[in-house]
Design a protein around this ligand. Structure first.
Ligand code: RP5
Length: 201
């Protein structure tokens, strides 16, 4: 074909030289494509909290994930004190390879909801037990989201459940995790049955 770069000439006469035809073509495609971002090193779960005072509660989420061999990254980011940092984190999380976000906050707890507004990733909210209202304020702030912007809310202080729920979300596309979760539930059942033995006659 006249005028065609001979490196990309896939005409029938040249098809017997498929390797010499396609290899330069794929190299050419690679040279014009933007470099693929390596997301393999990004932990699949982001754990956000409004303050470092939330960490003693939120650590249970990281610990639960660790039990299933799931890495996480923890950040103090506040919807009220550092809203721009929250926008940056939430809007870039999916692109970096984060798959689930757990967000814990106390009082007027807007962190999980605003995070959910800024990403299509599933967001799990953890109401932190507050001093004045024992976490009821946190729970209602997190759970009463408007239609279209859900936050999967766990119980007050129930960060361990948030970690387990994140593992279950990731397990949908991960057979190893599914097997681990089945074992986990069997162990829970065994522990529950064993409680019968400890009852007073
Ligand atoms: C919230 O205010 C935080 O999530 C935390 O639970 C609460 C108190 O924050 P600190 O005064 O301890 O920083 O935003």
């Amino acid at each position: 074909m006249p005028g065609l770069d001979p490196r990309f000439d896939c005409s029938p006469e040249r098809m017997t030289f498929a390797q010499t035809c396609f290899l330069p073509f794929t190299q050419f495609l690679r040279s014009i494509s933007p470099p693929m971002k390596d997301t393999s090193s990004t932990p699949p779960v982001g754990i956000l909290m409004g303050s470092d005072s939330d960490w003693p509660t939120m650590k249970a989420a990281a610990d639960a994930l660790g039990e299933f061999g799931i890495a996480s990254e923890a950040r103090v980011i506040s919807a009220h004190r550092t809203p721009k940092d929250l926008e940056q984190y939430a809007s870039s999380a999916a692109g970096r390879g984060v798959r689930v976000i757990i967000a814990g906050a106390g009082g007027a707890a807007h962190l999980p909801g605003v995070t959910a507004a800024l990403t299509t990733l599933p967001v799990i909210g953890v109401p932190i037990e507050s001093k004045s209202l024992k976490g009821l304020d946190s729970l209602l702030s997190i759970v009463q989201m408007p239609p279209g912007v859900p936050v999967a809310t766990v119980g007050i202080g129930a960060a361990r459940n948030a970690g387990i729920l994140a593992a279950q979300i990731l397990a949908v596309a991960d057979e190893r995790l599914q097997t681990e979760l089945v074992r986990f539930k069997e162990k829970l059942a065994e522990e529950s049955r064993a409680k019968n033995q400890r009852l007073a006659p």
